[in-house]
Unconditional design. Structure first.
Length: 504
C-alpha cells in the first residue's frame, strides 16, 4: 500500500507511536536577511510593495544580466555562523541548483552546495521544563529566495482547484541564509518540543544579531521540518518527509507531532512512507502530500560561472566575532538577577516569549513591573484570542510603554488603557492619537465629577444613608454608577473621595 495517507489509516495515538518508534528530525530554517537590497542586484527588499515593482533584469533572469554579491549579506551570514559556533570557510562558492518552478524566474536558484560559508556548529536550547538540549548544526549557507505564486479560484489557496495563478517576483532574489541541522535523534516523545524550542531559540538569536526581522507571519523566518520514524529494533533511519514553510512556533511543534502520528499509522498498516514534500494546514494541524522529494543529484548542482568564490579575510572574520551581541540566554540570566525573579517565573516568561518584549518595553520607559504585567496578562490573553504568538501581536514595546506612561500620568485608567491597546492591535494608530480621536482621557474636571456623584447619590438614597452611617464600603455602588456615567473615564480613587466628602 504505497503512499497510504492519514485518510486511509487513522492517526496512531501518540503513546503508541513512542512505544514502537524512535523519531528522527532534521530542521531547515530559512532566514530572510534584513538587507536593503537583494542578494545579487540592487532591487529593494521592502515587504508589502505592489506586485512586480521591485524587480530588474538580474532578479527576473533576463538573458545577459549578471549577478553581483551583496556584501552586507555575506557579513550577516558570517555573523550568523559565528553565533551558531560554526567554522567559517575561508573559501566558499555559489552553485546553480537546477529545478523548475513558475516562481523561480531563472529556472535555477543560486545557492551554496558542497562548500557552504559556515559549517559544523551547534545551538543549545532549553525546553519548557528547563532541560537543555544541544542541536548540532551541519551548515549555514547563502542563497536567494524565490518569487511568490498566488493561486486564484480554488477553495484552499493552493494550485489544486485553482482557475489560474498570478506570479509576484518581488521576493525573487531576496537574500536568504538556510540553517540546516544534523539529524536530531534520541528526543523520543519530546521531539515536537525540541523542534519548537530550537526554532524559538534560533529566532531569538537572529533577532539579537539584528540580521533579520524574523517575522514568521511574513515569511522572514520559515521552517522545513524533516521527520522520519525508525522502529525500536532498527539501526537505519526511516524514509523522511519534509513539511514545507511552517511559519509559527506552535505550528512547528504541531506539524512534527502530526507527521509522527501519520507515518506511524501508515507503517503499522503495512504501508510505506513516500519521500515527499508536504503542506501544513493551519486550520486543523494536518499535512497533505506535495511533490515527490528530489535528491541532491536531481538538482544537478554545478558551480555558478558568473560569481567568484567568497573568500572573507580572516582578520575581518575575527573582527566580526567581536561584534556579536550578548546572547539572548546570557542576557536573560543577567536580567533575571536584576529583576529578582525565580527560575520558575523566568522560565514561564521565556516559554510565553515575553522576556525580550518586557526588556524592550522597560528600555522604552516603562517600569519592569508594569511591562511584565502587561505582556504576561492582558497582551498574552489577546495573543491567545487572536491565535498568534505573543511576539507577533501588532503592537510594539514602544507603544506598550507609551500606554503605561499614559496610565502613570493619570490620563488613562487601566480599563481605558486596555481599550487603547486593543485599538492599536486593530490597526487604528498610535496610542496618543487613539486617545485623542476617541476622547478617552480621564475626566479631571471635579465639577463634572461632582455633578455625576450628586446624581448617583440622589438616585440611591439608601446607599447614601449607609455611607453617612459609616459603612464606607457601600461607596463602591456609587463609584460604579459614576464610572458608567462617565464611560469609564473618571479616576475611581478621586470619585470615591468625592463620594465620601459628599456624605460627610
Amino acid at each position: 500500500m504505497i503512499g497510504m495517507t492519514a485518510a486511509a489509516a487513522e492517526l496512531l495515538e501518540y503513546d503508541e507511536v513512542i512505544a514502537g518508534f524512535d523519531p528522527v528530525m532534521g530542521l531547515e530554517v530559512h532566514v530572510e536577511l534584513g538587507t536593503e537590497t537583494k542578494m545579487f542586484c540592487g532591487c529593494p527588499t521592502a515587504f508589502g510593495a505592489d506586485p512586480n515593482t521591485q524587480v530588474c533584469p538580474v532578479c527576473i533572469g533576463l538573458p545577459g544580466s549578471l549577478p553581483v554579491v551583496n556584501g552586507k549579506a555575506i557579513e550577516s551570514a558570517i555573523r550568523i555562523g559565528l553565533a551558531l559556533n560554526c567554522s567559517i570557510r575561508p573559501s566558499s562558492v555559489f552553485a546553480r541548483k537546477n529545478y523548475f518552478y513558475p516562481d523561480q524566474p531563472k529556472n535555477y536558484q543560486i545557492s551554496q552546495y558542497d562548500e557552504p560559508i559556515a559549517y559544523d556548529g551547534h545551538l543549545d536550547v532549553v525546553l519548557p521544563d528547563g532541560t537543555e538540549w544541544r542541536v548540532e548544526i551541519e551548515r549555514a549557507h547563502m542563497e536567494e529566495d524565490t518569487g511568490k505564486s498566488l493561486h486564484i479560484g480554488g477553495a484552499t489557496g493552493r494550485i489544486h482547484g485553482a482557475s489560474h495563478s498570478l506570479l509576484d517576483y518581488n521576493r525573487a532574489g531576496v537574500p536568504l541564509v538556510e540553517i540546516v541541522t544534523r539529524p536530531i535523534v534520541g528526543a523520543g516523545e519530546r521531539a515536537p518540543e525540541v523542534a519548537r524550542a530550537y526554532v524559538a531559540a534560533l529566532r531569538d538569536l537572529l533577532k539579537a544579531l539584528d540580521v533579520s526581522d524574523v517575522r514568521m507571519d511574513q515569511g522572514s523566518l520559515r521552517c522545513d521540518a524533516n521527520v522520519s520514524l525508525m522502529r525500536k529494533d532498527a539501526d537505519e533511519f526511516g524514509t523522511r518527509t519534509e513539511t514545507k514553510n511552517v511559519n509559527s512556533l506552535k505550528s512547528v511543534e504541531v506539524a512534527v507531532r502530526y507527521e509522527m502520528r501519520r507515518q506511524a499509522a501508515v507503517l503499522e498498516s503495512g504501508g510505506e512512507i513516500v519521500q515527499e514534500t508536504r503542506h501544513f494546514h493551519e486550520a486543523d494541524g494536518s499535512t497533505s502530500a506535495g511533490r515527490r522529494k528530489e535528491t541532491a543529484e536531481d538538482y544537478r548542482y554545478f558551480p555558478e560561472p558568473d560569481l567568484p568564490p567568497v573568500q572573507p579575510d580572516s582578520a575581518w572574520v575575527a573582527e566580526l566575532a567581536t561584534t556579536l551581541p550578548e546572547l539572548p540566554w546570557v542576557r536573560r540570566a543577567r536580567i533575571q538577577q536584576e529583576w529578582g525573579v525565580s527560575d520558575e517565573v523566568m522560565r514561564d516568561l521565556v516559554n510565553v516569549g515575553a522576556v525580550d518584549l518586557i526588556i524592550a518595553t522597560a528600555d522604552a520607559g516603562a517600569s519592569p513591573e508594569a511591562a511584565r504585567s502587561w505582556w504576561v496578562s492582558f497582551l498574552a490573553q489577546q495573543a491567545n484570542t487572536r491565535a498568534v504568538e505573543l511576539a507577533d501581536l501588532p503592537i510594539t514595546p514602544t507603544q506598550v510603554a507609551e500606554i503605561v506612561g499614559l496610565v502613570d500620568e493619570g490620563k488613562l485608567t487601566t480599563k481605558l488603557a486596555q481599550q487603547v491597546a486593543v485599538a492599536v492591535l486593530d490597526g487604528e494608530g498610535e496610542p496618543s492619537q487613539i486617545v485623542a480621536d476617541r476622547g478617552l482621557e480621564v475626566v479631571r474636571d471635579d465639577s463634572a465629577l461632582q455633578k455625576a456623584v450628586d446624581e448617583a447619590l440622589a438616585n440611591n438614597p439608601d446607599i447614601a444613608d449607609k455611607i453617612r452611617s459609616g459603612k464606607v464600603a457601600a461607596a463602591g455602588k456609587i463609584v460604579g454608577d459614576v464610572m458608567k456615567a462617565t464611560r469609564g473615564q473618571a479616576d475611581p480613587a478621586r470619585v470615591k473621595e468625592l463620594v465620601i466628602a459628599a456624605c460627610s
